[in-house]
Design a protein. Sequence first.
Length: 197
Amino acid sequence: VNTVEKLYPQFIPNLSTCRSPQGMLSPVIKNYWAKQMGIDPKQIVIVSVMPCTAKKAEAKREQLKGHDGSFETDIVVTAREFGRLLHRRGITPDVWDALPDMNYDDPLASGTGAATLFGASGGVMEAALRTAYEIATGKELPGIVFAPARGLAGIKEATVDVGGTPLRIAIANGTKNVRSPCDDILAGKRTYEFIEI
């Protein structure tokens, strides 16, 4: 969002109105879950471990403050920072692997498999496409075959048929890869129905 606001403000109307998974889960925890558990939301500190440093800036956006004026996500740690923290604490891969398997908490009782996609590049898009495909066709979406876009390092493209409508999609892995598809769209060289950054 920050990149579009700064470099491509003409695309702001095309941004998804949905929050990111981090932006959705934090208020659910501090509001719904806290109420269900009888916990004062001020006693909850949400630490988000994310692959992308942009999540740090996202967590400090004014739009992502709660009703009390505090930020909904308190701390964002990148996966790299988390790895370094484990290393400093002496938790090596061998120590990690020796930990007993445990079930994850299930604080909201149930969910879909789509949540497991969100941590990977293109996961939000894949979850959205699967849902759109199933609504349009009544069937599960078969595997999506992505091809690297020629000359656009760090970008994958695909065309997905959703109920007879071909959708051109792209995934730009990392903020540094935003410019190529956006510049190509502005120059009329490419069109996409959906881009995930």
